[in-house]
Design a protein. Structure first.
Length: 233
C-alpha cells in the first residue's frame, strides 16, 4: 500500500509550476532586486495565487477520491452520516428552504425525490458515484476553518484533533500560514499592490502548505480506511 493518495501525488506535481514562478522571481532578485522589482513582485504574486488554487484543488480531489471509493468498495450507505447525504442535495434543499409558495415547494420536493432518491435510500450500497461536483459546492478560499468544515461533511469531526497530534509544535505556525496564504491571495485578487512576498517567503509558504497537505492526506486516509475503506493502493 502506498503512503499517500493519488490526490496528494497530483498536488505535488502541480507544485512544480508554483516553484517555476518562484524560481524565476528568485533569479531576477539575484540579478537586480531594485531594477527588476516589478517583475519579481508579479512572479511572486502569481506563485501565491497558484499555490492557493492548488491547495483548494487538493482538498476537493481528496474528497472526490473518498466519494468515488464508496461505490467502488460497496460501502453500505447506512454507515454514512446524514450530513453526507445533505451535501449531495444541498442545492435543492437550499432552494426549498428559500421558497414560500406551497405549489413551488411541492414541485421542488418532487424533483428532489426524483433526482436523489437513489442516493438518499439508506439501504444497500451506491450503484453509482454520488455527485462529487454538487457535494463540493460552496468550498473555496481554503482557509483552515473552511477545510475543517469541509471534512465535517464526511463526518470527520476529529480532523483538528488528529492533525494537531500529527503536527505537534508545528500545528499553529502551519495552520496560521494556511490562513495567511488565503488572505494574501484574496488581497491580490482584489488588486492590492502591496500584497506580495519575497521569493524566500514564497518558498516558506510552499513548504508549509506541502507539510499541511502531507499530514492531512495521512490522517484523512487513515480515518477513511478505519471507517469505510482504503484510499491508498
Amino acid at each position: 500500500m502506498t503512503r499517500y493518495t493519488t490526490a496528494y501525488s497530483s498536488f505535488l506535481a502541480r507544485l512544480a509550476e508554483v516553484e517555476i514562478l518562484r524560481g524565476f522571481a528568485e533569479k531576477k532578485e539575484r540579478e537586480n532586486p531594485i531594477l527588476l522589482r516589478d517583475e519579481i513582485n508579479a512572479l511572486s504574486r502569481g506563485a501565491i495565487v497558484l499555490l492557493s488554487s492548488h491547495l483548494e484543488a487538493y482538498v476537493k480531489e481528496l474528497g472526490e477520491l473518498a466519494i468515488e471509493s464508496l461505490a467502488k468498495n460497496n460501502v453500505q450507505k447506512k454507515e454514512l452520516s446524514y450530513g453526507f447525504f445533505y451535501h449531495i442535495s444541498k442545492d435543492l434543499i437550499d432552494e426549498i428552504k428559500n421558497t414560500v409558495e406551497p405549489e413551488k415547494i411541492g414541485k421542488k420536493m418532487s424533483y428532489l425525490f426524483d433526482r436523489d432518491y437513489e442516493f438518499w435510500s439508506k439501504s444497500g450500497t451506491f450503484t453509482a458515484h454520488p455527485p462529487s461536483e454538487r457535494f463540493n459546492q460552496g468550498f473555496s478560499n481554503p482557509a483552515y476553518k473552511k477545510i475543517k468544515t469541509y471534512f465535517n461533511r464526511f463526518g470527520y469531526t476529529d480532523y483538528n484533533v488528529d492533525l494537531t497530534h500529527r503536527l505537534r509544535g508545528n500545528y499553529q505556525p502551519i495552520t496560521n500560514m494556511i490562513d495567511h496564504l488565503v488572505d494574501i491571495r484574496n488581497k491580490i485578487a482584489h488588486g492590492d499592490p502591496a500584497a506580495t512576498k519575497t521569493p524566500r517567503e514564497v518558498l516558506d509558504m510552499i513548504l508549509f502548505v506541502q507539510k499541511f497537505c502531507k499530514e492531512t492526506d495521512d490522517v484523512f486516509a487513515s480515518w477513511w480506511k478505519a471507517k469505510y475503506c482504503a484510499l491508498r493502493r
